[in-house]
Design a protein around this ligand. Sequence first.
Ligand code: ZN
Length: 890
Amino acid sequence: MSTTNMSPATSEPRPTYLSDYRPPAYRATHTELKFDLAPSSTRVTALLHLERHPDSSGERPLVLHGEKLSLQRIAIDGQELQEGEYRLDEETLTIEHAPDRLRLETEVDIDPASNTALQGLYVSNGMFCTQCEAEGFRRITFYPDRPDVMATFSTTLIGDQQQLPVLLSNGNPVERGELPNGKHFVTWEDPFPKPSYLFALVAGQLEKVEDRFTTMSGREVLLEIWVEPANIDKTEHAMRSLKAAMKWDEETYGREYDLDRFMIVAVDDFNMGAMENKGLNIFNSAAVLTHPHTATDAAFQRVEGVVAHEYFHNWSGNRVTCRDWFQLSLKEGFTVFRDQSFSADMNSAPVKRIEDVSFLRTAQFAEDAGPTAHPVRPDHYIEITNFYTLTIYEKGAEIVRMLRHLLGWETFRKGSDLYFERFDGQAVTIEDFVGCMAEVSGHDLDQFMRWYSQAGTPEIDAIGEYDYAKGEYRLTLRQRTPATPDQPDKQSLHIPVRVGLVGTKSGEDLTLTLENPEDQENLDKGGVLHLREEEQTFVFTGLNEAPIPSLLRGFSAPARLRFPYGRDDLAFLLKHDSDGFNRWDAGQRLAMLALEDLIAAHRNGVEKVMDPRVTEAFRGLLTTPTDDKAVLAEMLTLPSEAYIAEQQPVVDVDAIHAARTFVKQSLAGALRDEFLALYQANRSDAEYAPDAEQIAARSLKNVALSYLMSIEDDEGIALAGQQFEADHNMTDVRAALTLLVHSSRGDIADPALRAFGEKWAHDPLVMDQWFSLQVTRPQSDALDRVKYLMAHPAFSLKNPNRVRALIGAFVGQNRVNFHRLDGAGYELLADVVIELNKLNPEIAARIITPLTRWQRFDEERQALMKAQLERIRAEDLSPNVYEVVEKALA
Ligand code: ZN
C-alpha cells in the first residue's frame, strides 16, 4: 500500500527537549503481535488495545511511531481505514478522529535480512533477533513507542520448522503447534505490563542449557541459556553468575524474580553488551560465552558483571521503568551501581573499585571535558542512542554511590525499598528516586540534584595546615566545576568527601574529631564530610601528631582532587594508608609526578633521569609480603597513556609514550630479579578457575612478565614463549602472545600469531582478540597492519565486535600510531565512519569519539583531525553521526 521513510531525511534533524514532555494521548493496555518470519519479508500483524490517557486533553489525535514499515492493512474495531482517514510520514502514523477506546489492527512488512543497523528485527548468523531499546520497536510495527506506555503482550511467532525450530519471546509459552507448509508456531504471553523497548523475540537453530533457581519465597524458576550449537560448552560461567546474581539481589535488596522462566540468548551481531528484555535477555555473545581456552579472566569477569546487570534490571528498569529517555540514568546509573557492588562482593572489592575508577577517570572524565559533555540527565538530544554514554552509566552510578555514602547503607536500602514498592509497575523520573532517598533519610537533597543537571567534572582543591601547639588540623576544600558546552556557569555541588588523617609517626589512622558539631554529626552518620559551599574549612581537633590527609577515600565522589602532596608523603601513604583504594592512588600520584618530569625532559630534549623514590617504592612493593595479590598487581601497573593524557593541558602523545616506556624499562632494569621472582612465585599448573585467588596470581605473573618483556630480557622472552606454548588458558596465552607481538622479536611472534590464527579461525570471539592484539602494537608499522587486516576475509564492517576489535582497539589503545603526524590514522578512522554511517549509524557515532577530542592536542594535530571531521560532515549523514560531528565542530 504505502512505504515510509525509504529516502534519507533531507532536513536537519531536530532535537527533542525534556521540557516538552507530555503524557501520551493514548495508552496501550494489551498488545497482540503475530510474526510470520522470513528473512527478507516478515509480516507483522499487530492488534493494539488502546485507550485515551486520562491526563490527555480530549483534543489530541492518535499518533503511532513507525519507521521503515511497509503498511499493508489498517483497521479500527474491525473496520478497514480508507486513505484519508489516516496520515503517514517517515516517522509517524496519525489518526485524527479515533474513538476513546479502540482496537487498532495493522499489518506491515519488514525486511530483517537487510537490517544492518541492528535495531528492530534483524538476522544474525541466520538467527532472527530483536533490539528495541531505545526506539527500535517502531521499526517492527506502528506503536506508541515510548517508555511511559506499558502494556501486557501476547506474541505469536510463526516460522519454518527446519530453519527456525526455536521460537522465543517474553513471558511464558502458552500454545504451540504445527502449520501447513512445514511451518510451526509458538504463542508467548507476558503478564507484566511493559514498555515496547523491553519486547524481544528470537528464532533460530539454537540449543540450550538449563538450570533451576528457587526464589526466597520458594518458587522455582527455570533458567535457560540459548546459544548456537557450537557454543554449548561456553555457558557454565554465565549460568553460575546468573544464579549468584539472583541470590545476591534477594539478600542485598530484597528483590525476587517474578516470572517462571528466565532466558538468556547469545547473538554474534549486537551493538551493545546486552539487553534486559523482560524474561528474555539478549546478549552480545562476547558478554555471555566463556571457556578457559577462549576467554581471558577479564572476559570471565565481564560476563559475571553483565549477566548480573541485565538480571538486576528486572527491578531497576523493568518493574520500575523510565518515564522518558531523559531519565535513562534512573535505570542505568542505579543498575550499574548494583552490578558494581555485586562484582565487588564476588571478587576483590578494592580491585573492582580501582578498575571502575580508572575507567571513569580516563574515559568519563574525558567525555565530561569534551564537546559532547552532557548532564547525567540531559535536557535535549537529537538521537537518543548517542546518549548511552559513560556519563549516563558510570557517572550515574557514582551519583547513586554518593547517595549511599550520604545516607549510610541501611537508610539507602530503606529508600530503595520505598522506591520499588511505591513505583512498581510505573514509568517514573529521577526526582521520584531521589525523593524516596530524601523521604527516608530526612536529608535535603535539592542541592544534590545538581549532580543530575550539571555537566562537567568538579575540581576540588584541598590544602591543610597542622597547628602543633593546638593539636589541630585545618583542612580547606574549594570546589569549582569548569564550564561545559551550553553551561557556562556552574553552581556548587553537594559532595561527600571521605577522609582519613594518617599519623606521620604512627602510620595509623588518627581519631577524627571535628570542631563543628554539624560536621561531626554528618561524619558519624555516613563517614563523610559534606562539602556544599564553594569553600569550606573543616577543623580536626585533639591530634597529637602531624597527619597526612587521605582524601576522597574509596573515591567517594566523581571529582578531580588536588592536594600539594610531596613525593615523600605519597610514598608514606602508599605504605600506610588503611584505605586500599587510596593506597593505590598514592602510588599512581607518585608515578604521575615522575612521569610529568620525564614528559618535560622529553620535550626539552634533556636526558631522562628516573626518580629513585619511585624505584624504591616499587622495590618495597615487590619485597614486602602481601596477602592481597590482586591489589599488588594494580599497584605495580603504571598509569595508562590515556590516563596520563587526561592530566595534561595539551596532550603530547609521543612524550607520554616515551616517558611511560622509560619508567617501565627503568623499573624493569633496576628490579629485574624481583620481577623474575614474582613471576616464578605465581606460576601454577592448577586447573583453571576464574576465582579471585587464581585471577590475582595470573595478573601478578603477567604484570611481572610485561616488565621483563619491556627490556626484552632473554629470560623474559623465553618465559613468554613457554607460556604461549604451554597453552594453559587464554589469559596466559593472550598475555604472552600480546607481549611477543608488541616486542621487536618477530622471529618468535610471527609463527605464534600464525598458529594462533589458524587454530582459532572458527571462533569469532578469539579471532577478535587476534585482531586486537596486533593492531595495538606500538611499533610504527601498526597502521599498515590495520589496513592489511581490514582486507582479511574474516573482517567485516557489519559485525560490531569485529569493528571494535580492529578499529576500536587501534584508535583507542594505540595512541602513538593513531595520532601519527601525517594524519593517516585520522584519515583511516574517517573512512570507516563514512562507511559505517550507512551501515550502522549507532556504531559509527561511537567509533568517531577520538576525533571529537581534537581540542586536547597540538595545533598541527588539531588541524588534521578537524579536516577529517569536515570531510565526514560533507556526507549525507545519519542523525547519529550528524549530532556528534556538529557538536565536535561547534
Ligand atoms: Zn543497563
